[in-house]
Design a protein around this ligand. Structure first.
Ligand code: IVH
Length: 708
């Protein structure tokens, strides 16, 4: 490629010509990659083309082409934004509500790091801004990309929009060559009120709260609209970096401030749980006068070397926690109790409420958990709410738990209508008429209809196409409902998705001629399905929707079995309760009896199994990578730690081994590659010796992984 003119030096004509060239090149690369399965250029070169295209578009919005590559994702043109894969994942925070949880947070960190109670440990405490997170990528000091969080791995490219925020510098000086600044986009109260007034006067939709207004304003396809919205930004962290910013969290934030980013003025250093709680109280007191919404206080370990050692769980860092403010409450009437049947057959009661505003959001439904909860008992049969039950017609108190899912806290018996009867929980599935039974020790009643229950089948399909499963663009919950009921082109099980296009071709009435569909949307859907015929193993395992197999477990299983063939063979040959495959499954650290038996049972149910086989026949399943750096000496190895470790805690040892791609098992078996034995190692070390498995001490282990 010839040297490129910097975007800011391009004339309008040159920009127009280059956008045309880029549209053509990117379309060609997309076709090679998605339609012919043969990429012609490297991912990096591809990303560079997309980035340059986005930059030119941001400077010359008037020149954006109708076929702009930034409005497309792969071969399936999306209606919305281009997707961006975050170089470093954007995580969320663990929540805490009680002071005791903060003491426990500190204690847990000390345990993990092997720090005594008196060792100094400094935290930062800062407001948790109630907006939406944004990642800003600077290269050579210039803003080249802005992306929303999305699912944490892949977000949306909102570069052109982010450039319109005056809080976000287009250029910064003295920064590392590559710097991703992370922070929160929000709207101040006064700006929110003014915006809603303007919207109402113009006959446009108004927003429920500043957070929704901020999200709606940033995610505008037309950057001119974003520019007209009063959005602000606070920087609170970073993603990818080519050089460290500082040794401490506070030092790094100070540097971001020097680069020109707004940082929150209520950030303090605290030397332990008491100081954190004092800072929480101080911030809570100022909450009403800050001028923008906050929903808690975030605590972070200040020392970045310690943050590094602490690392991450699957979606949250161990070194931070969000101490949330108590949920807001409101009273309203419980009009009806309805039963929804979920993917695993669980009958979930939902309260239909007289709409009421709680914490700035109108709530009209709330979860009622299960029949015990309605009756006023917890899972051990103990009275909750003093044993008061919920009845249709009652006045109930609603709150938003973690500010998301509405729940009911209390009932006002003095207002109970005289004819209100205790709620009779159905013993028959309202969707398919099968018996709904409750197993001992389970608080949930489940429909026994399995795949013959339409509600279960539909929910499973919705799960199958969901974002972290097959993520099929254009096939969301609404479309799944539609196709499930369809007589001409039905989708009743996952395999049907992959025969959709062929069946449509054979049909006389075509999908493209239906109401709500057209040539473009039908073609896009088929292309999106086509693109998912190749699927990573962990996504497939998660998508199957087997009870207890969430994303974390799916990932764990994928990293242990590595290929679909190995996984499928192991599940087929396993029997619940014994045998080599069963033992192997249980030897995976993190897999317990409940998960193991749920998996094995699913693979041995004939209808279920046949449905899985029909699906997999259409797929090419990508093998999993053992986690972490694949070139580490322990990648793919199964390691067992035993005895006392002196240089690190057991939790830290495990997390580090896993980060290097090793599997950590709890017991020694033929599959074990290496045993790390500290003083006091007993039967496990002996077992290892009997099986001829290599055994080393902690020092040798540290040398092996390069951390001595
Ligand atoms: S730190 C790795 N600090 O809260 C941890 N997050 O629940 C990254 N948020 O997605 C988050 N204010 O959008 C951090 N001062 C703050 C924050 C903050 C708001 C949001 C952020 C994040 C969410 C996590």
């Amino acid at each position: 490629m010839t040297a490129e003119t910097p975007v800011e030096h391009l004339t309008e004509d040159a920009a127009r010509a280059e956008l045309a060239r880029l549209a053509h090149q990117i379309a060609q690369a997309d076709a090679a990659y998605h339609l012919h399965d043969a990429p012609e250029i490297s991912d990096a070169a591809y990303d560079a083309l997309k980035r340059r295209n986005a930059e030119i578009e941001a400077r010359f919005p008037a020149l954006i082409r109708p076929d702009s590559p930034s409005a497309r994702v792969g071969a399936a043109p999306a209606e919305g934004f281009a997707k961006v894969r975050h170089e470093r994942r954007m995580l969320s925070l663990e929540n805490a509500f009680e002071p005791a949880e903060i003491a426990e947070f500190d204690a847990r960190i000390r345990r993990y790091l092997g720090l005594g109670d008196d060792a100094p440990l400094i935290y930062t405490a800062e407001p948790k801004i109630d907006g939406l997170s944004l990642s800003l990528r600077y290269e050579g000091g210039r803003l080249v990309q802005a992306a929303t969080r999305g699912d944490g791995e892949t977000g949306e490219n909102v570069t052109a929009n982010a450039r319109t925020l005056s809080d976000i510098p287009a250029r910064i000086e003295g920064a590392p060559d590559i710097l991703e600044v992370r922070g929160e986009v929000y709207m101040a109260h006064a700006d929110f009120e003014a915006l809603n007034t303007r919207q109402a006067e113009a006959g446009q939709k108004t927003f429920a709260n500043p957070r929704n207004a901020a999200a709606g304003s940033l995610r505008q396809l037309d950057p001119a609209i974003t520019a007209s919205r009063p959005l602000r930004f606070f920087a609170y962290g970073w993603g990818a970096l080519s050089a460290p910013l500082a040794d401490t969290q506070k030092g790094a934030i100070d540097r971001l401030e020097k680069f020109g980013f707004p940082v929150n003025p209520w950030t303090a250093l605290c030397d332990g749980p008491d100081a954190l709680l004092a800072q929480y109280a101080a911030i809570e007191q100022r909450r009403a006068t800050l001028g923008y919404d906050i929903d808690g206080v975030v605590y972070k370990v200040d020392d970045l070397a310690l943050q590094d050692r602490l690392g991450f769980r699957s979606t949250t860092p161990r070194w931070a926690i969000a101490h949330k403010f108590p949920a807001e409450l409101a009273w309203t009437r419980l009009e009806r109790i309805e039963i929804q049947v979920g993917r695993t057959g669980a009958l979930s009661p939902v309260a239909r409420l007289m709409p009421v505003t709680v914490g700035g959001v109108v709530v009209s439904n709330a979860t009622l958990h299960n029949e015990d909860y309605i009756a006023g008992r917890d899972s051990r049969g103990m009275a909750i709410r003093d044993g008061k039950d919920f009845r249709e017609g009652d006045w109930v108190q609603v709150y938003r738990a973690g500010d998301v899912i509405p729940k009911l806290a209390d009932v006002d018996l003095s207002k109970r209508p005289p004819d209100a009867a205790p709620y009779a929980f159905p013993a028959i599935c309202p969707e398919c008429g099968s018996d709904a039974i409750r197993e001992e020790s389970d608080s949930v009643r489940r429909c026994t209809g399995g795949l013959i229950c339409p509600a279960q089948a539909v929910e499973r399909l919705k799960h199958f196409v969901s974002r972290n499963a097959f993520d099929i663009e254009g096939l969301g919950a609404k479309q799944v409902e539609m196709f499930y009921r369809d007589e001409v082109l039905p989708i009743r099980e996952p395999a049907d998705i992959f025969t959709l296009e062929a069946r449509d071709r054979a049909n006389i009435p075509k999908l493209k001629n239906r109401d709500g569909w057209g040539e473009k949307s039908a073609t896009n859907l088929f292309a999106a399905i086509q693109a998912r015929r190749t699927i990573p193993l962990h996504r497939l395992i998660f998508a199957l929707g087997i009870r207890h197999v969430g994303e974390v477990n799916a990932d764990l299983l994928a990293r242990n079995y590595l290929t679909w063939q190995a996984f499928e063979a192991a599940m087929t040959n396993a029997t619940v309760g014994g045998g080599a495959e069963w033992e192997q499954l249980l030897s995976i650290d993190g897999v317990g009896q409940v998960l193991a038996s749920s998996l094995v049972t699913a693979f041995h149910q004939p209808a279920e199994r046949a449905s899985i086989d029909r699906l997999v026949a259409h797929l090419s399943v990508e093998p999993a990578q053992p986690r972490g750096q694949v070139d580490s000496p322990v990648a793919g190895k199964t390691v067992v730690f035993t005895g006392t470790l002196e240089r690190m805690t057991r939790a830290e040892a495990k997390a580090r081994a896993e980060a290097l791609g090793a599997k950590v098992a709890g017991s020694v078996s033929k599959k074990t590659d290496l045993v790390v034995a500290g003083p006091g190692a007993g039967s496990k070390a002996k077992q290892a010796a009997d099986l001829g498995i290599e055994t080393i001490d902690e020092e040798a282990w540290l040398q092996l992984i390069g951390g001595a």
